[in-house]
Design a protein around this ligand. Structure first.
Ligand code: DGT
Ligand code: MG
Length: 366
């Protein structure tokens, strides 16, 4: 029936940061399939392949309607041969053999289970799998010595693999605000990550803390963490100096005062309302919470950098480097042509420096 009506051609710009990607996804079946292949590649140390699948999925997420035929995709960016083959299989047969066999594979399932433990990355998981460890029971029985993070991860495995709801994120926000007000009146707390983009659930809750007076953020993290610990809110915590810059591509330059930029990975103990009629006796759940402290001079960059999505961030940096000869990080924006940093006190200013139209957080869900 009017088949040709739906044979609309789509058109989208190449970089995810040039697009508006809301949470409304008209192509979830296709993007779930491509995301699974991306995840498998990332877990198997094939980052390049992973990014290619993520970019392809992001293009489909940005389309204004469902894809019904391959011809609609002609001329779209980021859709490589491999991704197109997967899309074709799903459109024609309802499923892709490659995706389904990956989903069912013992190796992928074991990687998922083991990297689902907080503190366990793909390399460790791979090593354990080579020793025949595929499950939590086998890991417990193996007698491997686990570090502090992994012990906590194993102990709270079920909670940490259960999505965090918006209501739980709000409850944690209240606690973090109380902690910050108690130790540093005037300091400010901002919810970042997926919840700032409007997601209804998340794998963790991300916060950015700053103080309107430059320098007053120093020492803030340890005070906040001490307060939270003394009030019994923390099941685990580890503060690290931010090492993000070393891990990104491109010549992003560390800002001079980057050593003030601290991050604390925690596991919160969150009181839970007992469900009526529930047999459960546990009155709390564990939730992964990330705390980041930024000096006010870097706040806009930190906010932009910690709001995500991960692909949106990656695309912003790629745009900056390839199209503008600039280096963007969560600390600063360096202009290689002018050999200077661009100042910014808001996300809007950073987009403007980059020659991009402003994209609000709710439309950064690439
Ligand atoms: P989620 O938590 O799975 O629901 O989704 P997101 O988008 O909140 O992802 P998450 O929590 O892993 O990270 C939040 C954002 O922070 C992410 O979109 C990019 C950024 N991010 C993640 N890890 C790092 C890091 O090590 N350094 C910096 N600067 N940013 C990071
Ligand atoms: Mg998050």
């Amino acid at each position: 029936l009017f088949q040709w009506d739906y044979e609309l051609m789509f058109s989208v710009p190449s970089y995810a940061c040039q697009r508006r990607t809301t949470l409304e996804n008209h192509n979830a079946v296709l993007t779930d399939a491509l995301s699974l292949l991306a995840e498998n590649a990332e877990l198997s140390d094939q980052e390049g392949r992973g990014v290619a699948f993520r970019r392809a999925a992001a293009v489909l997420k940005a389309l204004p309607g469902p894809v019904t035929g391959l011809t609609q995709l002609r001329g779209l960016p980021c859709l490589g041969e491999h991704s197109l083959r997967v899309i074709k299989d799903i459109l024609e047969n309802g499923a892709s053999d490659e995706v389904e066999s990956t989903r069912q594979s013992e190796h992928f399932k074991a990687l998922k289970v083991l990297t689902g433990i907080f503190g366990v990355g793909p390399k460790t998981a791979e090593r354990w799998i080579r020793e025949g460890i595929h499950s939590l029971i086998q890991l417990r029985e193996s007698g491997h010595t686990l570090n502090r993070a992994q012990q906590a991860g194993l102990l709270h495995y079920d909670d940490l693999n259960r999505p965090v709801t918006r209501a739980e994120a709000d409850a944690i926000t209240e606690v973090v605000v109380r902690a910050v007000v108690a130790v540093a009146p005037g300091a400010e707390v901002t919810l970042t990550g997926g919840f700032r983009r409007g997601k209804l659930t998340g794998h963790d809750v991300d916060f950015l803390i700053t103080h309107p007076e430059e320098g007053r953020e120093e020492g803030l993290m340890s005070k906040v963490v001490s307060w939270l610990r003394s009030q019994g809110f923390l099941l685990y915590e580890k503060t690290t100096r931010n090492s993000y810059l070393e891990s990104t591509e491109g010549p992003a330059r560390p800002a001079s005062n980057m050593d003030r930029f601290e991050r604390c990975l925690t596991i919160f103990k969150l009181d839970e309302d007992q469900r009526p009629g529930s047999e459960e006796t546990k009155l709390w759940r564990a939730v992964r919470v990330d705390l980041v402290v930024s000096p006010i001079s870097q706040f806009a960059f930190a906010l932009l950098g910690w709001t995500g999505s991960k692909l949106f961030e990656r695309e912003l940096r790629r745009w900056a480097g390839h199209e503008k000869a600039m280096s963007l990080s969560s600390h600063a924006l360096y202009d290689n042509n002018q050999s200077r940093y661009h100042r910014a006190t808001s996300e809007e200013e950073i987009f403007a420096h980059l020659g991009l139209e402003f994209v609000p957080p709710s439309e950064r869900n690439a």
